[in-house]
Design a protein around this ligand. Structure first.
Ligand code: SAM
Length: 376
């Protein structure tokens, strides 16, 4: 016990403990019975995915990873859709059933119909060239570090596989102009480039030091001719509208947040440090301003994906709801939230997923929240 009379400062409570206390209070209410298992996931080693670098000469890597029992979770999901479609087609031909008629094996048929209905957008949304290998549920094997090819380009990028979901949700189409408003260190920028579809990619981040890291990643993974299609800037994203408003087909707004996994585990750069209380409390406002800037940067008909790696409804749904109101009231902009529920069906083998990827000991990805808005 310290002598209060003599102690110059009160004993410091670790930021990780403050974070966990905060999470226990708010997330046990928000997630209910799910919270204990999510908490255990947050406190254990996270799982990585290996995003294959299509720009590297690394044809041998898929075989190498498959020998270790890793699979590309995106192409697996695509195969599943194709099987459902074939199943539905065979069922239709054999029974002459109309979709949804419920004849034959009602449960199975209803499931097939639901899946078939969501299949076309699904197929196109994941038919991009993004490939990401993960180990099966419960397998905690680590990937070897990335290796350079003959030209020095690294063969894969290790990242939380859940971070790819906002990129997949964005559904980049050939020649799209894409803005990544909060881009550094650049995992999602790299994934956007792997689609091979970006006509132009603007990657912005206010932090100069983190933008340097983004440059490093681009140099390590992307050949010069492709790098030349990327413009890297360090504006405050909130001012983006003054730079280039209303021009992008697709905008990714991957905002700064309480980075729950980091806050629960690492003292370094922890936003729950007492000195950063004000900054933490202001996060939802900053997130709203960044999302509004992203919305204004999108052209009519364009799409915006908002994402965080926090479980907090105040940083997730509440920010999106507020942005819809502000867009309508102040800018006369209507936005339609897109239904991403098909992602749940599609990727359920890899993630514990709702609108939110919840960490779990057997599939320790996330947390990751993402929401897609289409500008009318
Ligand atoms: N998208 C990145 C990736 O996949 O590697 C991670 C982005 S991180 C979650 C959030 C980023 O927002 C940080 O790099 C931070 O520097 C940046 N940021 C914070 N405030 C910003 C602002 N006002 N304008 C632009 N970027 C900002």
């Amino acid at each position: 016990r310290h002598k209060e009379k003599w102690a110059a400062t009160a004993p410091r409570i670790p930021s990780t403990r403050l974070a966990l206390h905060h999470f226990d209070t708010s997330y046990s209410l928000h997630l209910g019975a799910l919270w204990p298992s999510v908490r255990a996931g947050l406190l254990c080693e996270q799982k990585y995915g290996a995003l294959l670098n299509n720009f590297a000469a690394a044809d041998h890597v898929p075989e190498e990873l498959e020998l270790l029992n890793a699979t590309d979770f995106i192409s697996e999901a695509l195969q599943k859709v194709q099987q459902w479609q074939r199943g539905t087609a065979v069922g239709d031909a054999a029974t002459g059933c109309q979709e949804g008629s419920g004849e034959g094996r009602p449960g199975v048929q209803a499931e097939m119909v639901a899946q078939a209905e969501m299949s076309p957008p699904l197929c196109t949304s994941i038919s991009s060239k993004i490939k990401c290998y993960t180990f099966p549920r419960g397998d905690i094997t680590r990937f070897r570090p990335a290796r350079p090819d003959g030209l020095g380009l690294l063969d894969y990028y290790l990242m939380d596989a859940a971070s790819l979901l906002p990129v997949l949700a964005l559904h980049v189409q050939p020649d799209d102009f894409v803005l990544d408003l909060c881009a550094a260190p650049g995992g999602k920028t790299l994934a956007l480039l792997q689609t091979g579809f970006c006509g132009h990619l603007a990657a912005n981040d206010v932090s100069i030091s983190r933008t340097k890291r983004l440059h490093q990643i681009l140099h390590s993974y992307v050949p010069r001719e492709v790098r030349d299609t990327v413009s890297v800037t360090s504006y405050d994203g909130r001012d983006w509208d003054q730079v280039k408003g209303g021009t992008f087909h697709k905008v990714l707004v991957d905002v700064p947040c309480t980075t729950d996994r980091h806050s629960a585990m690492e003292e370094d750069n922890n936003i729950f440090h007492r000195r950063r209380t004000k900054e933490r409390q202001m996060l939802p406002m900053l997130q709203l301003q960044l999302l509004m800037a992203g919305i204004l940067a999108a052209r009519p008909g364009g799409a915006v994906v908002y994402s965080t790696c926090s479980l907090s409804p105040l940083q997730n749904e509440c920010v999106v709801e507020r942005a819809l109101d502000v867009a309508r009231a102040q800018f006369n902009i209507t936005l339609h939230p897109e239904d991403l529920s098909h992602f749940r069906t599609l990727f359920q083998d890899t993630f514990r997923l709702g609108e939110l990827v919840l960490p779990h000991l057997t599939a320790n990805f996330g947390p990751m929240y993402f929401c897609k808005l289409r500008r009318v």
